[in-house]
Design a protein around this ligand. Structure first.
Ligand SMILES: O=C(O)CCC(=O)C(=O)O
Length: 322
């Protein structure tokens, strides 16, 4: 325990000192792996085998249906959905076929509530405690930390923002996730964050450890998972659009099982340029995606992007604080 405390303190100190240095970023990444494995050794097994079709099948078998009285199960409650008009069967059919579904839309009232929160609450640089500021103070924070801020998250959004809680518990989103995953899912991630306009150099440095995730990759967060994204700012090709490779959740080259991250060129060569879907939309637009598809963000050039990301999976390894 003492050893862990020392490591935690060391990580905190290094985060402060080296938040923009390569060594600090790398240490941070490996520390997160260490913490995840320490919290749940089954994560390591999943991380090694879930990339293989047989491993994924095995993982599904190992999964045991969760107790429906668990706190995260909201089916017993009569909560009405924000997405009443969505046909979950159609959504699931499209995700199975293409790996994504583009038909979600937040109501104006939910969007307004979330944006009000976003403009008044604290955000943290790269989701780290201790580096906090309000969105309107971003320029000041950049000067204060003498550091180009590329990403920032709202760490307390799930406890402080009622509209976010409604999204987390939305019965239609859960229904889509359950039908797609074939089992009762668990919410493992719920984040709201900015991706800012920044210099190529700042992006390149962060990109080396995969933050923000600008190279095509697929996620290995569990044997099966489904993500929901919502844009909270207008997003086009120059303001941080998300890109997804249609059908790539079902089709892999042997090398892809080993190397999860691929260049644009390699993705285009293998899947064809026409398979790369550039997802744009006005504030409030949402989509679902199988994170086993190759996908990536893109650096905003004309305007920052604010986005929500929810992830449902079969198991919760405790990688993200909810
Ligand atoms: O920011 C984005 O659009 C991409 C996010 C992503 O790739 C991820 O979280 O794995």
């Amino acid at each position: 325990m003492y050893f862990i405390n020392i490591l935690e303190e060391l990580n905190r100190q290094l985060s402060y000192r080296f938040t923009c240095s390569k060594i600090g970023l790398k240490l941070e990444k490996y520390y997160q792996y260490f913490i995840t494995v320490r919290g749940n050794y089954r994560w390591l097994l999943m991380f090694l085998i879930a990339r293989l079709p047989l491993g994924r099948k095995l993982g599904e078998l190992l999964y045991s249906d969760r107790d429906i009285t668990q706190k995260q199960n909201y089916y017993g409650k009569k909560v009405s959905s924000i997405f009443k008009d969505i046909d979950s069967e159609i959504a699931v059919k499209l995700i199975k076929k293409d790996g994504y579904y583009l038909g979600l839309q937040l109501s104006q009232s939910i969007l307004k509530e979330i944006l009000e929160y976003a403009h008044t609450a604290n955000i943290s640089i790269d989701g780290k405690r201790g580096f906090e500021f309000k969105y309107s103070d971003k320029n000041q924070a950049t000067k204060q930390y003498n550091y180009q801020i590329i990403t920032a998250n709202y760490l307390a959004v799930n406890s402080e923002c009622l509209a976010m809680q409604k999204l987390n518990n939305d019965p239609k989103l859960r229904e889509i996730a359950t039908k797609y995953l074939g089992k009762e899912p668990v919410l493992v991630r719920s984040q709201m964050g900015w991706t800012f306009v920044g210099s190529k150099q700042a992006y390149a440095q962060k990109g080396e450890i995969g933050i923000p995730t600008l190279r095509f990759h697929y996620d290995l967060d569990d044997y099966r998972a489904l993500k929901f994204f919502f844009y909270l700012t207008d997003v086009d090709s120059l303001s941080g659009s998300h890109r997804c490779v249609a059908g790539s959740h079902k089709k892999r080259k042997l090398l892809h099982y080993l190397v999860r991250s691929q260049s644009d060129q390699k993705i285009a060569d293998y899947y064809g340029l026409e398979s790369i879907v550039n997802i744009c939309g006005r504030a409030g637009f949402g989509f679902a995606e199988d994170p086993f598809c190759f996908h990536r963000g893109s650096p905003p050039i004309t305007a920052p992007r604010l986005m929500i990301q929810l992830e449902f999976a079969l198991n919760n390894y405790g990688m993200w604080k909810l």
